[in-house]
Design a protein around this ligand. Structure first.
Ligand SMILES: [Mg+2]
Length: 263
């Protein structure tokens, strides 16, 4: 597929953030102008991240601060997907959630009853305020056989000077300590992420493109769900890694800014 064909057929762009729009909070090149040009061309922009450490409102504020947010844009995180999943499949059930206070409050606002003592469900989100007492309690609930969900599988989160442990690393920790692995994982590349998203967008799969810098989450997500997969080389993936991967992008760009000259 060419970049022109991509622009022709795509109505909704699902945009990964870290490594795709910015690196360490600095927008990549003229990203502000590129996103504005996509909006002017009538494209819907959905910021689609596995990172469940922030609420949608916190992401909007962050994107506003670095000049990338625009009218009509939408944020969709693995935490939103997890909340929608729990409402559909565990309606009315209470949850013990490893997450920041802000994210836990967001789950409560979305109708998930929080329970610290005897929850029906355990959910592992990206808790950047994690403490040993929280981990110990979560492990006890897992050992008791509670339903176990995780927001996303990423082992590490891009950070300076080195990548930080992410939910995938904590999944391994709890696998060793409790013998349990998640009963469901909600983020990219899994289908739970798209079940809740699909109804919101109201367009066909072939009109959706997923743009991201990771082969095993962003591009696999596109391939598994019938979206167009656009790999950008502005983040963690090199051209060499892309050439030898089983996760095949439909199009490879140096960065999303490559589209600007066509708009
Ligand atoms: Mg990324």
């Amino acid at each position: 597929m060419t970049a022109s064909e991509l622009l022709e057929k795509t109505k909704v762009f699902l945009l990964d953030m870290d490594g795709t729009l910015y690196v360490d909070d600095a927008p990549i090149g003229r990203m502000k102008e590129t996103l504005a040009a996509l909006r002017r061309a009538g494209k819907k922009l959905v910021y689609c991240t596995n990172n469940s450490s922030k609420t949608p409102e916190e992401y909007v504020r962050k994107l506003e601060k670095i000049g990338l947010w625009g009218d009509g844009d939408m944020v969709y995180t693995s935490a939103i997907a997890a909340a929608e999943y729990l409402k559909r499949h565990h309606a009315g059930k209470s949850a013990y959630i490893l997450a920041t206070d802000e994210v836990r409050a967001d789950f409560a606002a979305r109708g998930i009853p929080l329970d610290e003592e005897n929850p029906d469900v355990c959910l592992l989100a990206y808790d950047t305020t994690l403490t040993f007492p929280k981990m110990k309690k979560f492990n006890e609930f897992l050992a008791a056989g509670k339903f176990y969900a995780a927001t996303h599988p990423d082992a590490v989160c891009p950070a300076l000077p080195v990548s930080a442990p992410d939910v995938g690393s904590f999944i391994e920790l709890f696998r060793v300590s409790s013998g349990r692995v998640p009963d469901v994982i909600c983020g990219k590349p899994y289908s739970v992420m798209v079940e809740a998203l699909g109804g919101l967008l109201g367009v066909g799969k072939e009109e959706i493109a997923m743009v991201g810098d990771r082969l095993h989450t962003d591009i696999r997500f596109a391939n598994l769900n019938g979206f167009c997969g656009v790999l950008v080389l502005s983040g963690e993936t090199t051209a060499e890694a892309a050439a030898s991967s089983a996760d095949r992008p439909d199009l490879i760009l140096q960065s999303l800014n490559d589209l600007a000259s066509l708009l």
